[in-house]
Design a protein around this ligand. Structure first.
Ligand SMILES: Nc1ncnc2c1ncn2[C@@H]1O[C@H](COP(=O)(O)OP(=O)(O)O)[C@@H](O)[C@H]1O
Ligand SMILES: O=c1ccn([C@@H]2O[C@H](COP(=O)(O)OP(=O)(O)O)[C@@H](O)[C@H]2O)c(=O)[nH]1
Length: 238
């Protein structure tokens, strides 16, 4: 068997990817399929950390959050990522992978706090580390949390799993004539306002020289292919 192209990566899963075709929440079949993909690369010896979003849960409560103070709504969003992280960690346990959930906000009866050396230790032990509660701060996103934690753990690459198979010239859901980039620089992605990730996340990765690969979570085998160094998605580089 050929060796994986990376030793340590950070995978960003959007909360919405967990919904499958449901309107909100966690779709069982979808999470199981995702976990099977993730388990496969963990078993290949790749050190894997995951940041998961909260859009799937937060969307369900969003109507009630209308007119709410932004910071309060953001804390609700962070709690939603804790729920997704627990679900993901448990789904991993069910397939025999040891995962550790670490939270950026104090909630220690539920999840252990994020402590960087501890996270590094888990990774070295081959455990999957799931970073919950984003950056722990309102006005940020889990994409930025992925850029931050990816930098902190010295990941070689941030893998941004989305419903589209890369970065396009415009949002492909709105513009059917949009074409996909094979590679694009951070500066170009930022200046063209390509919305696939937020500018804060792009800028942080650019400054840390941490490349991002945007790829499809829906396409079977895509994650494994790109871990093996295959041509998949779009590489965002310095
Ligand atoms: N230039 C672009 N290239 C690719 N996707 C884009 C672009 N602009 C906007 N998008 C949208 O960004 C989404 C990817 O972000 P993601 O984090 O998965 O979604 P969300 O932020 O809704 O959870 C895609 O589903 C796509 O519709
Ligand atoms: O560092 C963070 C990360 C997340 N959030 C909140 O949590 C929500 C869910 O995260 P995100 O939208 O990034 O999830 P995704 O779109 O990937 O499902 C966000 O909308 C924010 O309200 C936050 O306030 N700070």
């Amino acid at each position: 068997m050929t060796k994986p192209a990376y030793k340590r990566v950070l995978l960003k899963l959007s909360g919405e990817a967990l919904m499958g075709d449901d309107a909100y929440g966690i779709n069982r079949a979808t999470i199981e399929r995702m976990v099977a993909d993730v388990a496969e690369i963990s078993r290949m010896g790749v050190e894997l950390a995951i940041v998961i979003g909260g859009g799937n849960i937060f969307r369900g409560v969003a109507p009630g959050a209308q007119g709410m103070d932004r910071a309060t709504a953001d804390y609700m969003g962070m709690l939603a990522t804790v729920m997704n992280s627990l679900a993901l960690g448990d789904a991993m346990r069910q397939v025999g992978i040891t995962a550790r959930v670490m939270s950026a906000i104090a909630i220690e009866q539920v999840v252990e706090p994020y402590v960087r050396p501890k996270a590094l230790q888990y990774l070295e032990e081959g455990k999957v580390v799931i970073f919950a509660a984003g950056t722990g701060n309102p006005f940020f996103t889990t994409d930025t949390a992925a850029a931050l934690r990816g930098s902190e753990i010295g990941a070689e690459l941030v893998l941004k799993a989305t419903k589209v198979d890369g970065v396009y010239t415009a949002d492909p859901k709105k513009d059917p004539t949009a074409t996909r980039y094979t590679t694009i620089s951070f500066d170009e992605a930022i200046s063209r306002h390509l919305q696939v990730m937020d500018a804060t996340a792009f800028a942080l990765c650019r400054d840390q020289k941490l490349p991002i690969k945007v790829f499809s979570i829906v396409k079977p085998g895509a994650l494994k292919n790109l871990i093996m160094g295959g041509d998949e998605g779009t590489l965002v580089h310095v």
